[in-house]
Design a protein around this ligand. Structure first.
Ligand SMILES: *[C@@H]1O[C@H](CO)[C@@H](O)[C@H](O)[C@H]1NC(C)=O
Length: 501
């Protein structure tokens, strides 16, 4: 690789390319020069590239051309070779090549979201160089309102410097997210039904516009913009999922396979979303791509459209009957009932076994309270998954453990149990399989998680140490072969669809 590059350098020198490179309008930067360069130039587009990357090679002539045409406007184009400047690229979170970022000083960085053609780069950067707030008049306002899905227009008195500065600051920060305009004509404000200082957010969906009349405070305005710009019925997807989870209020999912159907159901259920605004979030979800997530909500994953509410704090699921049709009235009643606490959460459970076949007590979600939370007994529970290899390896030892307790004087005080956590909703947070926990008699709220090696002896010791009855069994003669510690050998819980979202 190295001498290949050297050979290329020689060829380039011979052909006279070396001197041509010196004339490039693209500034090649390094760890040492980057900081000063973005400080010295108000507006810089930087390309983070790798010499071997095909897309970078395709971009190179376009980038050169744009650099030349932007030169006279004093907009600088730079590039950083990430194979040489790994730390610098890491600092800016570069994960793929090429990565293009717009710098307005070292602190204000935003991704370049335009196309990778000379003309597009030029026009994008020229726009970036224009003021973040467009000054509007009675004539230009109307068109501006619909220039994007969300636009913010501030109505400010010409001499109100403070409000102007606050708004301009926000506009500079969020210029890639929203379009910003300013009006300093009191007549125009009046025609819009506001009095300066005020902000009107115009949007192409829901109620069409929202008004901000409070004192101009950057945080308050940003919060207002965020809320107002979020559609009443949004969409759950990889970018939005964590936001919905972080919102803390229940999330109502509308699963549908086509865009058309999502739009139709979204607008049909909109009045319900409106009524429960701030209490329950509503969002559609693409059932073609994320249909498996329906399973996490105890919905069938092969029958759409469907509807479910997730109580995020308690991780409870409220699936809407999949045999019933999704109509405004049916969902309105369902949501009302949910909100009034009249609907029981759905709990996935295997049927309660009629008889316990082996020495290990089989627990299912429906019998969990009766068995695991039996206050008179020390209950050891193994949470397992059928596909988990470590669980299979543990199985004979676990049965041996159960047999020993069943045949001992502790048989009425100690229960050795297992639950298939893939088929039963359990209240415990399970990180990996197998997870083994002891629920001591008289103290069911403080289960102890087992992290020792998976031998019969060590499990007995654990029960004797942490259980209420200190129920020990003297060791048998034969030795168990050494087994790995539970923590070392635990298998990651299979990624659920929600993690992919
Ligand atoms: C805000 O201040 C700038 C700079 O003084 C000015 O050009 C602009 O017209 C003002 N905006 C409004 C809406 O008054």
């Amino acid at each position: 690789m190295l001498h290949q590059r050297l050979a290329f350098a020689c060829l380039a020198a011979l052909a006279g390319f070396a001197s041509a490179e010196g004339e490039s309008d693209v500034h090649q930067l390094t760890q040492d020069t980057f900081g000063d360069f973005v400080k010295a130039n108000d507006l810089v587009l930087a390309e983070f590239f790798a010499p071997w990357c095909g897309h970078c090679k395709a971009l190179a002539p376009e980038y050169e051309e744009a650099a030349t045409s932007l030169k006279e406007k004093d907009i600088k184009l730079a590039k950083v070779d990430c194979t040489e400047e790994a730390d610098l690229c890491k600092e800016f979170g570069v994960e793929g090549y090429p990565t293009l970022k717009v710098f307005r000083g070292p602190e204000n960085v935003s991704p370049y979201t335009g196309q990778r053609k000379a003309a597009a780069i030029t026009s994008y950067m020229v726009k970036q160089s224009l003021p973040a707030v467009s000054l509007l008049t009675k004539e230009t306002l109307e068109d501006f309102k619909t220039a994007d899905n969300v636009v913010l227009v501030a109505y400010i008195a010409a001499d109100d410097k403070a409000s102007n500065e606050t708004f301009t600051g926000i506009a500079e920060e969020l210029r890639d997210t929203y379009l910003f305009g300013g009006v300093n004509d009191a007549e125009v404000a009046k025609a819009e039904g506001v009095e300066a200082p005020a902000i009107v957010l115009y949007k192409s969906f829901d109620e069409g516009k929202n008004i901000y009349k409070e004192k101009f405070d950057a945080e308050a305005i940003k919060a207002f913009a965020k809320t107002a710009a979020t559609p009443l019925v949004g969409e759950v997807g990889p970018e939005t999922y964590s936001g919905y989870m972080a919102a803390g209020i229940p999330l109502a999912y509308i699963f549908a396979e086509t865009e058309e159907e999502r739009t139709k159901l979204g607008s049909e259920l909109r009045p319900i979303a409106e009524k429960f605004k701030g209490k329950i979030n509503f969002a559609t979800i693409d059932a073609k791509n994320f249909g498996a997530h329906a399973g996490n909500l105890n919905l069938k994953t092969d029958k759409f459209p469907s509807f479910a509410i997730q109580e995020i704090e308690k991780n409870q699921k409220f699936p809407f009957d999949q045999e019933a049709e999704i109509t405004h009235d049916a969902i309105a009643k369902f949501v009302e009932d949910f909100s009034a606490g009249k609907i029981e959460p759905s709990i996935k459970s295997e049927p309660i076994p009629e008889t316990q076949e082996g020495p290990v007590t089989v627990v299912v979600a429906k019998s969990y309270d009766d068995i695991v939370l039996d206050d008179t007994k020390d209950v050891l529970v193994e949470f397992y998954a059928p596909w988990c290899g470590h669980c299979k390896a543990l199985a004979p030892k676990y049965e041996e453990l159960a047999s020993q307790y069943a045949g001992s004087e502790h048989k009425d005080k100690v229960v050795i149990a297992k639950v298939d956590a893939t088929l039963n909703d359990v209240p415990d947070e399970i990180q990996g399989f197998p997870t083994i926990k002891l629920y001591p008699a008289g103290d069911k709220k403080s289960p102890v998680t087992y992290s020792g090696s998976r031998t019969v002896e060590d499990l007995i010791e654990f029960i004797a140490e942490n259980g209420k009855y200190k129920a020990s069994i003297s060791p048998k003669e034969e030795m168990d072969e050494a087994a790995p510690a539970a923590t070392e050998g635990s298998e990651e819980k299979k990624q659920e669809e929600k993690d992919e979202l």
